[in-house]
Ligand binder design. Structure first.
Ligand code: NAD
Length: 257
């Protein structure tokens, strides 16, 4: 092994597309990949100003970014987004399926709409974007698919049957894709966060926060950077022998107690 300097950064020169990256975990992943020298497509659906601010931050880090509006549940919009990226940079090497929503309620009270929308944003989008990305990755014989699921996919959660089912679907999709494309030098993995400090967790009632914290062996909520660091590693050249895995970043929650 050479000990002369650190060599090229892991994902330098690659193109990454991070869905729903105008804020939260997606934003942190976009910035982390940019720090590693990756060009980033910042996808958003509603918050253009926030998406542009992420792109500016990426450029301030010395990398390149483009901002693309697309509802990732919509086949035509996903196709148009990938076409734009292909026209701009000719490739998508790293796809992070991060866009996600929650529509919580007990199952007996859950509306058809809350079920369908959650499955569409969390699972259908992963199918649509992965299909579009693989067509480009297969040609270059290199690729990283990183799907953001949740600890809830493994253990279930009261009020989140739709969310848990969508994320469990993401895991099964990922394992199948991993097998389909392994021979093309493309990996597909799941990053499964526990409770990460974003707006949703910040707004939980104090009592509920305490009860959740009691179930996290590490004793704190995760940060978006905790998730981004794992995603950046899975996206790197060094992670080429890791595929079809569910990698938890949850302070030990999924171990059970
Ligand atoms: N925050 C947590 O504790 C936590 C825990 C486990 C898993 N996750 C997962 O991490 C991912 C990011 O979550 P977050 O906490 O950053 O939430 P967030 O709400 O801050 O970010 C989600 C992003 O997805 C985007 N989005 C939603 N619908 C979209 C659509 N149709 N098309 C394009 N973009 C769309 C939103 O605009 C937003 O930018 C989600 O998949 C979520 O399920 C979060």
């Amino acid at each position: 092994m050479s000990d002369e300097g650190v060599g090229p950064l892991p994902s330098e020169g690659r193109v990454a597309l991070v869905t729903g990256s105008s804020r939260g975990i997606g934003r942190a992943i976009a910035l982390r990949l940019a720090k590693a020298g990756t060009k980033v497509v910042v996808n958003y659906v509603r918050r253009e100003e926030e998406a542009r601010a992420v792109a500016n931050a990426i450029e301030a880090l010395g990398s390149k970014a483009i901002v693309v509006k697309a509802d990732v549940t919509n086949t035509q919009e996903v196709q148009a987004m990938f076409q734009k990226v292909q026209d701009t940079w000719g490739a998508v090497d790293i796809l992070v399926n991060n866009a996600g929503i929650i529509k919580d309620s007990l199952l007996v009270r859950m509306s058809d709409r809350d079920w369908d929308e959650t499955i569409a944003v969390n699972l259908r989008s992963t199918f649509l974007c992965t299909r579009a990305a693989l067509r480009l990755m297969v040609r270059r014989r290199w690729g990283r698919i990183i799907n953001i699921a949740s600890v809830v996919a493994m253990v279930g959660n009261v009020g989140q049957a739709n969310y848990a089912a969508s994320k469990a679907g993401v895991i099964a999709l990922t394992r199948s894709v991993a097998k389909e494309v392994a021979s093309r030098n493309i990996t597909a993995n799941v990053v499964a966060p526990g409770y990460i400090t974003t707006d949703i967790v910040e707004e939980l009632p104090a009592g509920l926060k305490e009860r959740i914290l009691a179930r996290i062996p590490v004793g704190r909520f995760g940060t978006v950077e905790d998730v981004a660091a794992l995603a950046a590693f899975v996206a790197s050249e060094e992670a080429s022998y890791i595929t079809g895995q569910v990698l938890s970043v949850d302070g030990g929650m999924a171990i059970g107690w």
